[in-house]
Design a binder for this molecule. Structure first.
Ligand SMILES: Cc1cc2nc3c(=O)[nH]c(=O)nc-3n(C[C@H](O)[C@H](O)[C@H](O)COP(=O)(O)OP(=O)(O)OC[C@H]3O[C@@H](n4cnc5c(N)ncnc54)[C@H](O)[C@@H]3O)c2cc1C
Length: 284
């Protein structure tokens, strides 16, 4: 790649000369600039037949309900599936957060439990009085299946520099739903099997209803769009984060993720960036 300039009536023309360029503009902007460069320069700077902008991912975040759990569980309050459980159930990963409620919340759930399971309710009430169990809000953030139709694309609208803004198509598919349903089942079996508590799910989880619109929805974790692959058919950057078909254009950030895991993305972003730094230094 030789030029990184913008020829607009009202904008100054700036030419930047460098041996290597690294795009590190965030999980939407990396795709946006590549899509824009592909539109401006066709297939000349890099391979523009790669899935630029595609396989975009987030971490769905929702409150699933409430639970009464053993005090020790609520103190250690983050749980995720083992690799084995994910493989056995053919799902992606999921993390559960147990957020401890005030004591009034515990009493309310125990009252409700007493209506449906009086003996268990009595037992939980007695444990709660000894501070051995407590109520938690039961939340999850999970891994989304990489789906080609989830994508960043260029919009007709332009910003003040004349660069197209973006459209973002982000949906959750059947596998995303199965991941949360199966993960809850696994977690439920864990706490029921070990007599560690009881979960009370919200109606949309029980009835396979629509995802609630008044909840967290996602985690501000913008991933994919310039995913890494061994093949330009399935990815935009190679194993060294170099854009396929380019001599010297690299991408850093979570847009290179091929899958998203269920956890915060910034530490792997830093790890990949350090790896890219080592690679670039090795070329000098
Ligand atoms: C509210 C919130 C909470 C979050 N909490 C967490 C958390 O707890 N843990 C976690 O791991 N992650 C969290 N994230 C996500 C985290 O912020 C991102 O994963 C991380 O910042 C991505 O790093 P990045 O360097 O790839 O992109 P960014 O941090 O987005 O940096 C991109 C930079 O490029 C600049 N830029 C963009 N376009 C241009 C351009 N055309 N020219 C020049 N510069 C440009 C931007 O101004 C920005 O400074 C959170 C995000 C938000 C919004």
């Amino acid at each position: 790649m030789r030029r990184c300039s913008q020829n607009r009536e009202n904008a100054a023309l700036i030419t930047i000369n460098a041996k290597k360029f690294v795009l590190a503009m965030g999980g939407i902007e990396n795709s946006r600039l590549l899509l824009w460069l592909a539109k401006l320069y066709g297939n000349t700077l890099f391979d523009d037949f790669t899935p630029i902008g595609k396989y975009w991912m987030e971490h769905p975040h929702f409150t699933l309900g409430r639970a009464i759990v053993d005090r020790a569980m609520s103190d250690n309050n983050f749980y995720s599936l083992t690799a084995e459980a994910q493989i056995n159930r053919q799902i992606f990963n999921c993390g559960f957060r147990l957020e401890t409620q005030r004591f009034e919340g515990t009493k309310k759930i125990i009252r409700e439990l007493m209506c449906v399971a009086p003996a268990l309710g009595e037992r939980m009430a007695s444990l709660a009085n000894k501070k051995l169990v407590c109520a938690v809000t039961f939340k999850a953030a999970w891994e989304q299946a990489p789906e080609i139709s989830n994508q960043v694309s260029l919009s007709e609208a332009r910003d003040r520099f004349g660069i197209p803004r973006v459209n973002l198509l982000w949906k959750k598919n059947e596998l995303d739903r199965r991941t949360i349903v199966e993960s809850v089942d696994a977690f439920n079996k864990l706490i029921m099997g070990n007599n560690l508590g009881r979960i009370q799910l919200d109606a949309w989880m029980l009835d396979d209803g629509e995802y609630p619109l008044n909840d967290e929805l996602a985690g501000y974790h913008h991933m994919g769009g310039t995913r890494m692959s061994i093949s330009s058919k399935y990815g935009v950057v190679d194993k060294n984060c170099k854009v396929f078909g380019s001599d010297n254009l690299y991408v850093a950030g979570s847009s290179i993720f091929t899958t998203g895991g269920h956890n915060n993305p910034t530490l792997p972003i830093v790890q990949f960036s350090l790896r890219l730094k080592d690679h670039l230094l090795s070329l000098m």
